[in-house]
Design a protein around this ligand. Structure first.
Ligand code: 6GU
Length: 250
């Protein structure tokens, strides 16, 4: 997968060199490039924003600068960088976007080329997304119901969630099946390691029993209870066949 990030704060994306995403880069599973939007500004002050039509507070990012940036990054194969068979999917982090979920992360992890357009200020001139839609897939996505100062941190969040789903990035793919927001739609059950007793708290007896079926049942019960308590919205969204009669007793 190729990942391009366009931002006026390239340093904000430094964590992409680290840890899981950094290792995926080193292993050649992903190719990440971070671009400074100001490279496409044309005036002496490298201006990227201007006052909003219709008035109001704040500044709006200029369409001509964003248009030039996206044109350069997506030049046709043969003319420049774009991988020959790849079609870009433009992701625009915005608090006004559709929810970024584990399902969205999984879909995006199958794409061969993602471009993250990080806006600052009051946002990017709306014509940039409209114009991009004429030649590429575009998703405007939000990571949650709160406001950040810009799309950079949201892009980091999304890239980490997406990249760990690319085959080969996570050592043991079974660890993806049992985590929160995994295939069963439940939050993850609590986990324990040694010692068996710590500060007066004992590891639940059943986990020491070696009885695999009972352990599995206990974990499912705990996952169901936790989800009902913390995220009743997730339980309500499960399909009719997701819970059996035994689950419904919990
Ligand atoms: Cl994706 N961007 C910004 N700027 N703020 C956010 C967000 C994204 N998601 C939640 N808040």
């Amino acid at each position: 997968m190729r990942v391009d990030v366009v931002t006026i704060f390239p340093d904000y994306l430094a964590p992409l060199q680290l840890s899981l995403v950094g290792k995926a880069r080193e292993a050649g599973l992903i190719d990440v490039a971070v671009h400074d939007l100001r490279e496409w500004a044309t005036d002496r002050h490298r201006t990227v924003d201007d006052t909003p039509y219709g008035g109001g507070a704040g500044m709006v990012m200029k369409p001509d600068v964003w248009g030039a940036a996206l044109d350069t990054i997506t030049v046709k194969p043969g003319e420049g960088k774009g991988a020959a068979d790849a079609r870009p999917h433009l992701v625009v982090p915005t608090p006004a976007g559709e929810p970024f979920t584990q399902a969205r992360a999984a879909e995006l992890s199958a794409d061969s080329w993602l471009i993250f357009a990080c806006g600052r200020y009051e946002g990017i001139d709306a014509r940039v997304v409209a114009d991009a839609r004429t030649r590429m897939r575009v998703s405007e996505l939000s990571i949650g119901d709160y406001v950040l100062n810009g799309g950079e941190v949201a892009a980091l969040v999304m890239i980490e969630a997406i990249v760990r789903l690319i085959p080969g990035v996570i050592g043991n793919p079974e660890s993806l099946a049992e985590e929160s927001h995994g295939p069963d739609g439940l939050l993850e059950y609590p986990v324990y390691t040694k010692p068996p007793s710590w500060r007066g708290q004992d590891v639940p007896e059943i986990l020491l029993s070696g009885h695999h079926a009972k352990v599995a049942r206990w974990r499912r019960d705990e996952a169901l209870r936790l989800t009902a308590r913390r995220r009743p919205d997730l339980l309500a969204r499960l399909g009719d066949d997701a819970l059996d009669a035994r689950d419904r007793e919990v």
